[in-house]
Design a protein around this ligand. Structure first.
Ligand SMILES: [Zn+2]
Length: 444
């Protein structure tokens, strides 16, 4: 319902309902006898299952590659639900699908919610889709209950999250022109894909939203890890998306005859690299915190059974919510590499080649998510996100918050990916509660 067509009385009742939600369980009436908005769990899970009509596979998974026919059909399905929720639906110049409802306060900036519906090849039916379904259900509930928000609300289905968060990065002006020519998993280039979705790749720059132009962004997502399930916790309050730094590591010893070089005279780069791999694991494990460090790639030269390895090239990746923490973990690893090198007669060199900055969520949003979970009686816990999300891009233009729900067995990007229907509902209820609380917050 649009506020222009909503009476002042309805608006006040809705605002009271919104305010009351923070302290009352949805579905009950508050002190004024106003029916509090609540998620229709059955409809929500029907919407989620409905996405499987577009690229769902018999094994329970989904292949809905960005820009594919399945993607286009899935977006049309989402657009239909947006219209049913009374949203004004459009595709922005970057190819993101947007549904907008006006706010009652003309000066208020939009609250943005949403996620993505594209998947990896042989992917799951929950990644991105739970958050998209939750955002659509939130808009439907607001429409059902005739809630007039103070802020405009935008529901966004970002394009090509799995292929590099193209849609959300375009929205914050971070897609470089050369990226348009990159071929994606569907076989279409990003340029072709944006055009297929109804965007205009030549006017991408105009899709950019200015920093400060949104009141905030909230994304519901599956955890894609096993932390919540293992802890028996229902809701994850995401502290942020971890930053990443990657290095090329080169260990240089001396290649020599494997038959004639005595063991005590070898400068074996692979033996040193083996010590290094163990040291990376030890430093990451024994340092306080939730940092992770990985050597995921290794290459030995000359790589022959009868030659003592002369050079090893490996990768090193460190992730943490704090870039300073990544630096200190790296410094410790580097020091260990130097002493390993001294003991083995091997020289280690590090060359940083990749960096993705950490995107912390907003402390006020974390508290709002926690208050919503508390009001609903759901257990919650703060945690980092080890995977990237559209919220990471959105953090460049406004405060963001993220809500995680458990992933069965921590499995993701697989047909085995699963989140229980009740957990999907809990996540959407926390999202709805957070939107209502955010709308009533007095800082914006
Ligand atoms: Zn995702």
């Amino acid at each position: 319902m649009q506020p222009s067509r909503t009476s002042r009385r309805t608006f006040l009742k809705a605002s009271a309902a919104a305010a009351a939600l923070a302290v009352a369980k949805p579905g009950r009436s508050d002190a004024w006898g106003v029916q509090l908005p609540r998620v229709d769990g059955e409809r929500l899970n029907r919407i989620l299952a409905g996405f499987r009509s577009f690229g769902g596979t018999p094994d329970g998974g989904t292949t809905r590659l960005a820009f594919s026919e399945e993607d286009i059909a899935g977006r049309a399905y989402a657009a239909g639900l947006m219209r049913r929720a009374g949203l004004d639906v459009f595709t922005d110049l970057a190819g993101n699908l947007v549904g907008r409802r006006p706010g009652g306060d003309l000066g208020a900036r939009p609250i943005v919610i949403g996620s993505h519906i594209d998947t990896v090849p042989q992917g799951g039916s929950y990644d991105g889709q739970v958050g998209s379904a939750g955002a659509l259900e939130t808009a439907l509930v607001l429409s059902d209950y005739g809630v007039a928000l103070r802020h405009p609300l935008e529901v966004v289905v970002f394009q090509n999250e799995e292929g590099g968060k193209t849609g959300s990065r375009a929205l914050v002006g971070r897609v470089a022109p050369f990226e348009l020519e990159i071929e994606t998993a569907s076989g279409f280039t990003i340029r072709e894909g944006i055009a297929r979705l109804g965007g205009d790749p030549d006017r991408l720059a105009e899709a950019r939203r200015e920093p400060g132009s949104v009141a905030g962004f909230l994304e519901l997502h599956i955890e894609q890890g096993a932390y919540l399930e293992a802890a028996g916790t229902q809701i994850g309050v995401v502290e942020g998306i971890v930053g990443i730094r990657r290095w090329n590591v080169e260990a240089t010893g001396v290649a020599n005859h494997a038959g004639t070089t005595p063991m005590d005279q070898r400068r074996d780069a692979l033996v040193a690299a083996s010590d290094f791999v163990r040291a990376v694991h030890e430093v990451a494990t024994t340092t306080e915190g939730r940092q992770v460090a990985t050597v995921g790639k290794i290459e030995v030269q000359p790589g022959a059974p009868n030659v003592v390895p002369g050079v090893v090239r490996a990768s090193l990746e460190i992730r943490d919510l704090s870039m300073a923490k990544i630096d200190s973990v790296f410094a410790e690893i580097e020091a260990r590499a130097i002493s390993i090198g001294e003991a083995r007669g091997v020289a280690f060199a590090f060359d940083r080649f990749y960096e993705s900055l950490a995107a912390p969520t907003d402390e006020r949003f974390r508290q709002i998510v926690e208050a919503s979970a508390d009001a609903l009686g759901y257990s919650h816990s703060r945690m980092p996100s080890g995977a990237g999300h559209d919220a990471q891009s959105m953090a460049e233009i406004g405060p963001v918050g993220m809500i995680f729900v458990p992933s069965k067995g921590g499995i993701s990007h697989s047909p085995m990916e699963h989140t229980e229907p009740e957990d999907v509902v809990r996540g959407a209820e926390v999202l709805l509660g957070s939107v209502l609380t955010l709308d009533g917050a007095d800082w914006d």
